[in-house]
Structure formats: structure tokens, C-alpha cells
Design a protein around this ligand. Structure first.
Ligand SMILES: [Ca+2]
Length: 401
């Protein structure tokens, strides 16, 4: 019986082997039907069309708004104005005709001869009317905003732009606020801004209203070159650092479009005064002497008040999705010279289709302006890949409308 079973087993195994061999032979010799087409297609070179890029848009809300060091972040897109301390709306409104980020900004409208105009102040820290971080003291503040004059602006400028102040209550009258110190950015005309900087401790003359309490530091010229940028948004950042009480170690620094414009060290801004610290930042639009004609407009947008440097707003660009994408790359160049690459993402692996034009997401060329701004000065292009096969670069395209 055992021999018989062994024989049966042997026959069974041999039959299976024959059957398997025949099956393999059939597969090997059978005419390819279902799998033929894809195998032949894969052998062809893959054609990858160049990407299509969107226009650049400001990342909103700005990433800096989420940092703990940011005290106020205002893009004028939200109805919540709880952080606004003092607002004079004399033709100074939130409008939706022109915006740096989002859809809305603050617009000042001037008629011929108009001097009085609007202002908007944020009250924080130890301000008598503090709206943000009430009671906190701020010895150093960074105040960054974007500003734009309309395209056909005349060769005259309203002198007022922005201030950083320390205010306190005089006596028991809440609204009799006094200035302990004031750092101001102004445009006396043409292309320059000078700095009337005042502080109680600094010996000097009286202020422009004859007030001998506020003594003026020496003015300092600062060329913001606004006259060269009508119709462009310009990033202005002010840093005010109070001196250690009794020492001359305060500091005032201005940046324009991310480039250092003024750095004044060794400043005595408050003497030994410590009752209040920096507690107000103000956008202002007063036009001493009056506007030269009707229908003049200026705008402010993307305001950030912080205890650390704010820097430039970041732009993002998108491209169309690509099936089976393995990598992609974006470059920004100057429009007048496309070989002058300003920023390069490098090879970005994966299936992404959106990227920030930032130092974190790519590399700025040495000496390149890191504050890209809406103008016709920049162009961009992109390419993407499937496997190892890259598309051609897209045509150079303007970044902004
Ligand atoms: Ca806005």
C-alpha cells in the first residue's frame, strides 16, 4: 500500500510539474494582447509640458502674525478693530480699491488745499488707553508697514508718515495725554525724509510748536526715494530702542524695502524716565501747507508692531498640478535682465504646487533685494519633472499684475 501511495504521489507531482510547465510555455509564447499597449507606451519618451504659474500673492495672514513677539498685526481685512486706539477718519478709510495684501487697505484722499487729514494709532502696553498687552512695558519696538502713493503723484509730498511714541496721562484727565518721547518719519519734500527726533532728556531747542519740554535731537536726512516709486508699495520699518535709564545707548533704525536706510546709535531718548515705555505707533497723513490739487490718494497696508525685526512680506506662487510629479523648481529674476536671478527655489522634490518666495524656501542671490514688491521689476519662471524627465522652463512671466 505504501508503494502504491508513493507511486500515486509521484504521478501527481509529475502531472503538476507538466501542467505548470505548459502554463508557463503558454504565457511565454502567447501573443501579447492586454499588456502590449502600456509596455510599448512606457518605452516612449515622456512629454512633460512646462508649468503654468499664477501671479504672486502676499501670504495672508503673514506668518509673522503668528509669532509671540508680534503685538499688533493689521491687514485691514477684518471688521475687528479692537486694537485701534485713536482713529481720525478725515477722508482716511478702509477701502477696497487698492491693497498690498488681501483686498483692503487704508486710503487717504486729499482735496486741493487740504492740510488736516486722518491718522490711526495703536495703543498697547502701558499706554493710558492700552488695547493690547495692557500693562506690559516695551523698551524696543519694530513698526513695519507698507505705503503707496498713487501713480501720477506730483513732486510734492505730505510731510507726515509715521510716529512711535510714549504717552502718559497728565493729572487726572484721561485725554490730556502728553508725549514723553516721539520718533517720527517725515518727508519734508522731494525725495527725502528727515527725522525730527525728540526726547525729554536731550538738550536742545523747542519743538515745532514751541514746546520746550520736548527737546529735539539733531535732524537726520534719510532718502526714502518715494518720488522714484509712485504707484509702488514700499516697505518701511522703524526700530526704536529706549536707552537704559541714565545712559546714552538708545537706538533708532529705519529699513526701506528691507535695506538699511538709517541707523542711529548712542541716543538718549528718555533720560532716566521710566514711568511709561513705548506704547503707541501711529500712521499719519497731515499735509502741512495743503495738498496742491484734488484727487490725490495714498495707501497704507500690512501693519505689524513687534518686539523683534519684522522684515518683508512673503509672496507665494502656484502652478498647475502635474500627474506623477517628482520635482519642480521656480526662479525669480529682474525684468530688465532675465539672467540676473534674484531668487531660486532649487530642486524641490515631490508633488507640491505652491511655494513661498522666501529665504526659508529658496536662496536669494547675494546683494538681491529681499523685499519683493508689486511692480513690473520682477519676472518668474518654473519647470517640473516626472521621474528624471524635466519639462522645458516656462516663459518668463511678470510676477504682479
Ligand atoms: Ca490688506
Amino acid at each position: 500500500m505504501r508503494r502504491l501511495r508513493s507511486l500515486e504521489l509521484s504521478v501527481s507531482i509529475k502531472a503538476r510539474i507538466v501542467s505548470l510547465t505548459l502554463a508557463l510555455l503558454f504565457v511565454a509564447t502567447a501573443p501579447p494582447i492586454a499588456n502590449a499597449a502600456p509596455q510599448e507606451k512606457e518605452a516612449e519618451p515622456v512629454e512633460v509640458k512646462p508649468p503654468e504659474l499664477s501671479r504672486a500673492r502676499v501670504v495672508s495672514p503673514e506668518p509673522v502674525c503668528l509669532r509671540p513677539s508680534t503685538v499688533v498685526c493689521e491687514d485691514f481685512e477684518k471688521p475687528n478693530r479692537s486694537s485701534w486706539g485713536d482713529y481720525k477718519n478725515a477722508a482716511f478709510y478702509v477701502e477696497d480699491d487698492v491693497a498690498f495684501g488681501g483686498e483692503q487697505s487704508m486710503r487717504q484722499y486729499y482735496d486741493r488745499g487740504q492740510a488736516a487729514a486722518g491718522w490711526l494709532a495703536w495703543h498697547f502696553g502701558d499706554h493710558p488707553d492700552s488695547r493690547v498687552r495692557k500693562g506690559t512695558t516695551f523698551d524696543e519696538i519694530y513698526f513695519r508697514f507698507y505705503h503707496r502713493f498713487q501713480r501720477n503723484w506730483p513732486d510734492q509730498f505730505p510731510p507726515k508718515l509715521a510716529r512711535v511714541r510714549s504717552r502718559y496721562v497728565q493729572g487726572e484727565l484721561l485725554y490730556a495725554w502728553e508725549e514723553q518721547l516721539m520718533v517720527s518719519a517725515r518727508m519734508p519734500g522731494g525725495t527725502a525724509i528727515s527725522l525730527p527726533i525728540s526726547g525729554l532728556a536731550e538738550p536742545g531747542g523747542t519743538n515745532h510748536q514751541g514746546d520746550s519740554k520736548l527737546r529735539w535731537l539733531e535732524r537726520e536726512a534719510l532718502n526714502l526715494r518715494f518720488a522714484e516709486h509712485p504707484g509702488e508699495w514700499v516697505a518701511v520699518e522703524m526700530r526704536v530702542k529706549l536707552n537704559t535709564p541714565g545712559q546714552n545707548d538708545g537706538r533708532i533704525t529705519y529699513w526701506v524695502n528691507g535695506n538699511l536706510a538709517l541707523d542711529r546709535t548712542g541716543v538718549n531718548l528718555r533720560g532716566a524716565y521710566t514711568a511709561t515705555t513705548i506704547n503707541e505707533a501711529l500712521l499719519e497723513a497731515y499735509w502741512s501747507g495743503g495738498a496742491p490739487r484734488n484727487d490725490l490718494m495714498r495707501w497704507f497696508d500690512n501693519v505689524v508692531i513687534a518686539t523683534e525685526p519684522v522684515g518683508c512680506a512673503i509672496y507665494t506662487v502656484r502652478k498647475n498640478d502635474l500627474k506623477d510629479q517628482s520635482a519642480w523648481q521656480v526662479q525669480v529674476a529682474t525684468a530688465r535682465n532675465e539672467s540676473a536671478i534674484v531668487w531660486d527655489s532649487g530642486n524641490v522634490p515631490g508633488v507640491g504646487a505652491q511655494i513661498d518666495i522666501s529665504a526659508q524656501a529658496g536662496t536669494f542671490a547675494d546683494g538681491a533685494d529681499r523685499c519683493l514688491r508689486p511692480s513690473d521689476k520682477y519676472v518668474m519662471r518654473a519647470r517640473h519633472a516626472v521621474g528624471e524627465t524635466w519639462s522645458e522652463w516656462s516663459e518668463w512671466k511678470a510676477m504682479f499684475k
